[in-house]
Design a protein around this ligand. Sequence first.
Ligand SMILES: [Zn+2]
Length: 333
Amino acid sequence: MAEIISQLTMNHLPFKAEAVSRWDENSDLQKFLVALYDQPCVMTGPDGVEHHSNYSDYGSYLFDGGIEKMNAFANELSESSEDVYHQNPDKIHKKKHEFLKDDHFGLAAKSIVAWEAIDSAMLSEDAFVSIYHTLEAGSDLDCSVLLLKSFNYKQAGYCLRAFIENVTLPLYFSQNPDKYELWKNDGFNTPSFRRKSDGLLNQLVSQGVLASDLAERVGLVYGKLNAFVHSSVSSMIHAGHDAGEWRGLCFKLDEVHKWCGLVTECVEVGIRLAKIQTEIWLQTLHSKPDICTICHAENNFESKQIDSVGNEPLFELICKKCGHKWHSTRRPK
Ligand SMILES: [Zn+2]
């Protein structure tokens, strides 16, 4: 199987900070999405004739959908931007902020669209070490957006830290499959992420899974997000009591911009980690072609021929353990 996230795709990172209103067909996001789906495909017509095509149009389709979705997100944030409060009435300044023209927001929006596309590419090709963590990372990001919209900035940070954990842990489990089985039975304690001696990130570096500079970047953003989880005073919704600066639960442009920076950092390292995860899984499939991608049971399926692709038979395989169904032109053993 071809690689899932190509180097040509990665070459478009990091994205340029560009307001959503300025995104067009020359945008780095559009090029990233087209490169991600630049995969050849062969379709067989009813007459049995093969037609060679390419999925890159799907990248353009995702870009158009992304513009629409991020326009709606920007407008929603703009609408809420006048919902401000300060304990000192003289410091309440109501002014609508135009997120469509905001470069910081545009960069975070690119990251969100890019992650959805990466997620979709991994899921459609079953190219993940852990279905749980891959799906959960997407939900973490979605939830962070929801919390941001309701002004729960600290809590939106919790979800970003969970996102980092869920894009990193599959790499750890790829090297420690016994720990993955323990985790499935709630018998696993996640090691400290950043501990110098035996922290999870350092273990991955020692095992040659992560380059030390990438591990450092992951550790850095994880450290910043710890401030939200441990309720450092500056990250609290109710910060400012001692200085007469309490704003409570309301729109805060400074917090939205902080979130935009964090989302951008999280997704960029997330994409780099996802590329490694897909490569590790494709290697596993190469050495264990009869493994179930969902539950990892080996040689434990029922199969039957359901069709043919050109001159090759097409088989349907159903895992006896988890019920996962997949198709293959390779004759099962
Ligand atoms: Zn299975």
